[in-house]
Design a protein around this ligand. Structure first.
Ligand SMILES: Nc1ncnc2c1ncn2[C@@H]1O[C@H](COP(=O)(O)OP(=O)(O)OP(=O)(O)O)[C@@H](O)[C@H]1O
Ligand SMILES: Nc1ncnc2c1ncn2[C@@H]1O[C@H](COP(=O)(O)OP(=O)(O)OP(=O)(O)O)[C@@H](O)[C@H]1O
Ligand SMILES: [Mg+2]
Ligand SMILES: [Mg+2]
Lengths: 160, 158, 160, 158
């Protein structure tokens, strides 16, 4: 199944390059085998160059650049092999406002294929919700989940 | 296939029977620190066989079971049911675990092995490797993760 | 020096308990030696119980609870041995609004002893600033630092 | 003792001579992702002898020196000066490093060893262990860090 893996690599790489440019508004990215001669065992390396930068070592990327690169890679995997649902727990914590909006716009383009369940503290992210749930602990350490009506549907009372 | 319903009882901070209905599209979960948002994500991973990455958040069976508060005693069992739905059918996956360490899985009411559930999910393009779940804090570690781990993600999708 | 270490432990513990209660509005906390019989070599364990919770394993705390507990410990060290300056890089990323405000209020009470340099994306945190700097890259990968006048002083134009 | 001024040239994303004035009280630094905020923190740690925790952000000398862009060549040296001030005196600490691997420290213009700087700082209650710097992402890892690391923090303060 060496053939299958190589074709997966090639396809994921195409999508990764595309999505990286969408999220970073430019730059280049690449997924490649560490050892071309040993496709069955070799590890995989992900390279990312934000626009105008010459990043030798991926560890030097900033916190937000690392998050955004990882999200581009994740969505490239989904484009290669769509997954029915995706759960993201505070992936927006390190993103600035502009990068967050680009990420949310990208997510909206794939929500028809993939169901998203997203945990966030960020007001901007809440705005793209179709449904919102809140968690609270009226009794200590006991979670109560309640659904919130979206403000944009005019009435804003939380449903008990 | 989408997540239609999650029912939990005795799992982490859910001593009472709790039911959460989901829909296609984008569902957002908000709430103060420590009120159980990540525990909902953990419940979904748990019923599907557990975490992808070994996390510090407690890997022992008893860490999944409600361990009590000043007002409530700890419980002996955690019980989570996940209902998945697509245009033709509905799948109900259940996982129960006891403080004694015993645990059982059910698929549409029938006791099965975890392996059987994962094979059934595989047919619906739901991977066992769970690359579709990004745990809290994990998004910043992918870029500097080991090349063999990055390879595993592509192999899983291939 | 064994005596010195033990008295430091005792004092840090007192402050940690106090600051933990301030930040969590209750609960209990403790710093203790793993092995009481070997004070010269033993490791140190930090225990935290947010209000109404019975946390056996510190790994089970939530993301925000871990951050807040760490900040209580850090400020307890500062109270024991004041440090002239403190640099915090996006420590507020996991905090919800209520916990963030309590942390910022605490920081304001010690800013007369300790200089703070804080990096954040959070508007609430920006509000407590005495001075604000912005970073930008008009030329790719070249940082330019500019000072911003605080809005509360009426004129809001960034200083070139 | 407070940080009065930071001057950098050739360090990370600062090819041009850059001067940042600080004051007592709270200074906030904001800006888009990747524009050099954490690099400012790293410059302060670097001139005082380097990181406390071994981080992934490049530990080799050349990782600290501006490595060029499409328009500018890489530079051969990174030069950072930190000025500390209190009511009686001013301390100027300088660290220079070259791509060849050589590096030197100066205290008020005189070439010294790093050890000498750390002893001078120690007298002003500025610890070598730098527990006063919390790097990006580090706040979430303290609680589950090893007991021996937690002990080191208290020993440093003692
Ligand atoms: N087995 C258990 N029994 C009871 N409580 C538990 C159990 N496991 C974890 N908890 C509690 O769950 C809480 C953590 O919840 P969770 O991580 O879901 O919070 P969260 O809403 O994600 O918060 P944050 O916004 O800070 O990430 C902790 O306070 C922990 O004590
Ligand atoms: N030696 C170097 N030469 C040139 N550029 C470098 C060097 N080291 C790091 N960089 C660049 O610095 C950038 C990271 O900057 P930094 O981490 O300070 O960003 P930040 O403002 O903290 O962003 P975030 O908000 O995402 O945390 C990366 O894009 C990296 O390529
Ligand atoms: Mg959480
Ligand atoms: Mg940063």
């Amino acid at each position: 199944s060496r053939q299958r893996f190589l074709s997966a690599m090639a396809e994921v790489n195409t999508y990764f390059k595309e999505l990286f440019v969408t999220l970073f508004k430019g730059g280049t990215a690449d997924v490649r085998l560490l050892d071309e001669n040993d496709p069955l065992e070799s590890g995989v390396e992900v390279l990312a160059q934000p626009p105008g930068k010459k990043v030798g070592n991926m560890g030097l990327l900033s916190g937000g650049e690392k998050s955004l690169t990882s999200l581009a890679f994740l969505f490239a995997l989904f484009r290669y092999k769509p997954t029915p649902f995706c759960i993201l727990d505070e992936v927006d914590a390190a993103l600035d406002e502009a990068n967050l909006i680009r990420f949310l716009d990208l997510m909206k383009t794939i929500k028809s294929d993939t169901q998203f369940i997203i945990i966030t503290h960020n007001y901007r992210t809440m705005e793209v919700a179709d449904y919102i749930y809140g968690t609270t602990m009226e009794e200590p350490n006991v979670t109560r989940v309640f659904s919130m009506k979206m403000e944009k549907k005019a009435e804003a009372e939380p449903v008990a | 296939m989408y997540i239609k319903r999650l029912e939990l009882q005795g799992f982490k901070t859910f001593p009472e029977r709790t039911k959460v209905i989901f829909n296609p599209g984008i569902t957002i979960i908000i709430g103060p620190n420590g009120t159980g948002k990540s525990n909902i994500v953990e419940a979904i991973q748990w019923v599907l066989g557990g975490h992808r990455q070994k996390t510090v958040r407690g890997e022992k069976t008893e860490d999944a079971i409600f361990n009590g508060t000043q007002k409530r005693p700890s419980m002996g069992m955690a019980d989570v049911t996940l209902t998945l739905q697509n245009s033709e059918e509905e799948l109900q996956i259940n996982h129960r675990a006891f403080r004694t360490g015993e645990s059982e899985y059910r698929l549409d009411g029938k006791t099965v092995r975890l392996r059987d559930i994962q094979e059934e999910l595989w047919k619906k393009a739901i991977s066992e490797n769970k690359y579709y779940v990004i745990e809290q804090g994990a998004i910043g570690t992918f870029v500097t993760s080991k090349p063999v781990e990055k390879r595993a993600l592509i192999e899983e999708a291939a």
